[in-house]
Ligand binder design. Sequence first.
Ligand code: FAD
Ligand code: AMP
Length: 474
Amino acid sequence: MEKYDVVVIGAGPGGYVAAIRCAQLGLKTACIESWINDEGKPALGGTCLNVGCIPSKALLDSSHHFHHIKHEVKDHGITTSGVTIDVNKMVSRKAKIVKMLTQGISGLFKKNKVEWIRGHAKLLSNSQIEINPVHDEHDEKSMIEAGHTIIATGSVPTKIPPASVDDKLVVDSTGALKFNEVPRRLGIIGAGVIGLELGSVWNRLGSEVIVLEALPDFLAVVDRQIASEAEKVLRNQGLDIRLGAKVTGTGSNNREVSINYEDSEGKQQITVDKLIVAVGRSPNTQGLGADECGLELDDRGFIVVDDNCKTNLENVYAIGDVVRGPMLAHKASEEGVAIAERIAGKASHMNYEVIPWVIYTWPEIAWVGKTEQQLKEEDIEYNSGSFPFMATGRARAMGETAGLIKILADNKTDRVLGIHIFGPSASELIAEAVLAMEFESSSEDIARTIHAHPTLSEAMHEAALGVDNRTIHI
Ligand code: FAD
Ligand code: AMP
C-alpha cells in the first residue's frame, strides 16, 4: 500500500493550497479529488474555481460592463446604440476562465510534486483511506496510507423541502451560473451573499428580480448603517427585495414556477420564469466514512475541530467550509497553510478575528472586524469615523459616488476594531483595513499614513481622521 506523509481530501481552495504548502515543506503529499466537470472530466479547484467565487465574478464583471455601457456611459458623453448581450458567449467566456484556472492548479501540483489522485475518498481509520473511482469505470477501488490527513471536503448548496431543485426551472447557485438566456422574471430565495450576487447579475441583464428573504433584517450580519445604505441602492437598481418573506412551497408546470410565501400580511404567491434557491451551504461529508471511523460531527454536520483544526482522530485535521467559521475561500486557504506548517513542525498563524468579507454587488460591500451592533452588544466603548465616497475627488471623477467607509476604534486605546465599506472596489480597499487590523493599528496610524491623491483610498484616510473629528473634506 502506497504511504504518504500527508493525504489531503478535496482540492478546493482549502485542500489544494494545503497540499501545495505540504509539498513545499518537503512532505510526500497526495490530494484526492472527486470533482467531475461539465465536460465529464476530473477537475481540481473545488466549489470556488468550478462553481463559486470565480465563475460568479466572471458573470458579475460581464453584466457590470453591459449595464455600465447601456446606462452609465452616456454621462461621460459616450453615445451607444444597439447594445445587446449574448448570454451564451458570456457563459462560455466564464467556462474558459474556469478551465484555465483549474488546469493551472494541475500545473501547480506537477510543479510542486503533489500527486493528484482522482476518486472519492473514504476514511477507514485515522491513517487508512479507501479511494473509490468516480471517472473511469475501469478504475479499481484502492487504498493508501497517510501519516497525516487533512479533510477539506467543503460544502454543497443547502436544500429546503419547499423548493426542490429540478435543474430546469428551479436551480441552485450552480445552475444559476449557466442560464442560456435572460429570464424575464427571476425569483431568488435567500438575500444572502450568493442570492444578492446572482440577483445582481441577472437584474443588470434585464430580468425582473424578486428576492424573498425569511429574516426581517436585510443582511443581518452586516453593520446596520452599511446594510441600510446598501439596501437603498440595491432597491434603486431594481432588485425587489422582500424581507420577512418565508417561502413555504413551490410548484412548476414546466414553463413557470409559482412560489408561495408568508410575510407579515399573510399568504402570498408570485410566478416567475426561473427560481434560484440560495439559502446557504451545508458541510459536505457525504461518503467520507465519518460514522464508520468515529470522526466527530456536530449537530449541523460540520466536522468538530479545535482552534488548530484538529479533529477527534489522531493526526486527522479538517479545514475550510466543512468546519466552523465563515464559508470563505481565503479562510479555507489560510487554514490549509497553517495546518501544513504545523504538520511540518513549524510555527503557524491563523487569526480568526481578522477575516475580510466581501459581497460583490455594485457598489461592493466589504468589512473586517466587529460591527457597531456587535460592539454595543459586547459593551465595548468605541469611537467612530466615517467618510462618504461622494466627497472624494476620484469617486466624483469616476461617477461612483454611492457609499462610505466607516472605522470603529476602541475608545481608550484607539485600536481599530472594525472597518466597514460600501462603495466602488470595496473588495480591494478592504485590504488596507485587514492589514491595519492584523498589525493592531490605531485609527491614528491610518490617519498618519499618506494616501495617494486622487484615489478611493482617501476615503479610508478621511474616515480615520474622522474618528478624532478632524476630517478635512467634509
Ligand atoms: P470546496 O471548494 O467546496 O472544495 C471541496 C472539494 O472536495 C470539492 O472539490 C469536492 O469535490 C471535494 N470532495 C468532497 N468530498 C470528497 C471526497 N470524499 N473525496 C474526494 N474529494 C472530495 N468565497 C469567497 O471567499 N469569495 C467569493 O467571492 C465567493 N463566492 C462564491 C460564490 C458562489 C456562487 C459560491 C457557491 C460560493 C462562493 N464562495 C466564495 C464560497 C467558497 O467557494 C467556499 O468558501 C470555498 O470554496 C471553500 O473551500 P473548501 O476548500 O473548504 O471547499
Ligand atoms: P446565506 O447563508 O448568506 O447564503 O443566506 C441564505 C439566506 O436564505 C438566509 O438569509 C436565510 O434567512 C434565507 N432563507 C433560508 N430559508 C428560507 C426560506 N424558506 N424562505 C426565504 N428565505 C430563506
